[in-house]
Write a protein that binds this ligand. Structure first.
Ligand code: DAH
Length: 341
């Protein structure tokens, strides 16, 4: 037998033995490289063919070719078997029983959302309608109708985001609403008197941000217009609200304050017990009796109707209720903060 032919037999025997030991895809890859690749004995022998006589070539080349084809066919079959098995193993490992109870933490509502829901429930139970208005508001709704004249400092560029484009239909000047109070105006225009609405919503101020200030935050506005409404109704409503939200008896006091859209205007403080047991008055709500100018702007006769209005920071009240000291914790989406709720 030609020495190259017996060499070929030895290569074949080795290749077959090695192939029968392959059980994984990485092993198969290594095998293919070693026995069929550029540096394999087969490839080397192929190179040697060039040095042979035509006769020798005729007897050896077909055997070499046959062995290569045989090995390629085997590795191909094995490749399919192994990848099917690998995929099945993966599928078996990834099997989920959707009926199993989860050990992961369940989702929960953001503290601001919880607070808003509580407020909505509470005011609904007192006969209030939940209302909302647009974030992009006309200057008329945000300021003029609320008795805030063009010269009022609240219109200053520092506080208000003025928009370059006017209202889509009316071309009126627009702003990002700086408070929820314009929804008082919208509610009176829409429903007339008597009316009771509560308005949780987002407001925007052109301010520097820090631990207690953000350019966007949440307020809640309230409005009651009816015959014979007086400050006593306002105080009782605020006290009821705070007691329900904080789950304890609450002491409140009212101080005179100025807001253009109410007369008299007040600020309502709550006596707050801090973590160390000491007490402190905290300003919670701006409020007052709806100014006759505002009622008139909204088509309501101030000689027949009176009303009270209030507005407070939902964000701030939420921070107080849960003892959160940095506003940025509330809006960062941080899991360590949110997982406490
Ligand atoms: N709109 C006021 C603000 O953003 C809060 C406020 C004060 C609302 C008095 C009222 C009110 O309805 O009567 O600071």
């Amino acid at each position: 037998m030609h020495p190259l032919l017996s060499q070929l037999n030895a290569i074949a025997a080795q290749a077959h033995t090695a192939l029968s030991a392959v059980t994984t895809l990485p092993e198969l890859e290594a095998y293919t490289r070693a026995h069929l690749g550029k540096h394999s004995p087969l490839a080397q022998m192929n190179k040697q063919l060039g040095t042979l006589s035509t006769e020798e070539k005729r007897s050896i080349a077909p055997a070499l070719q046959a062995l290569r084809q045989e090995l390629e066919a085997h590795t191909h079959t094995l490749q399919e078997t192994l990848s099917t098995a690998a995929m099945q193993a993966e599928l078996a490992a990834q099997w989920y029983d959707l009926t199993q109870p989860s050990t992961a933490r369940k989702g929960s509502l953001h503290p601001i959302t919880r607070m808003r829901h509580d407020i909505e429930d509470l005011f609904s139970s007192m006969g209030f309608r939940i209302a909302d208005g647009p974030h992009i508001e006309t200057e008329w709704h945000n300021f003029d109708a609320l008795n805030i004249p063009p010269t009022h400092p609240a219109r200053d560029m520092q506080d208000t985001f003025f928009l370059r484009t006017g209202h889509a239909n009316t071309r009126e000047n627009t702003v990002l609403r700086t408070h929820t109070s314009p929804v008082q105006v919208r509610s009176m225009l829409q429903y007339g008197a008597p009316v009771r609405v509560v308005v949780p919503g987002r407001v925007f101020r052109n301010e520097a941000t820090d631990a207690t200030h953000d350019t966007a935050f949440y307020q809640v506005e309230g409005l009651v217009v009816d015959t014979h409404i007086h400050m006593g109704h306002l105080k009782a409503t605020m006290q009821t609200m705070l007691e329900r939200l904080f789950g304890t008896e609450v002491t409140v006091r009212m101080r005179p304050a100025y807001f253009p859209f109410v007369e008299p205007g007040i600020e309502l403080d709550m006596l707050y017990t801090k973590a160390d047991g000491t007490e402190k008055w905290l300003e919670i709500v701006g409020a007052g009796m709806v100014h006759p100018h505002v009622l008139r702007s909204c088509g309501i006769d101030p000689s027949v109707y009176s009303g009270f209005a209030f507005g407070f920071g939902l964000t701030r009240l939420t921070m107080l209720r849960y003892g959160i000291t940095d506003i940025r914790d509330l809006f960062s989406g941080s899991y360590s903060v949110l997982s406490q709720f």
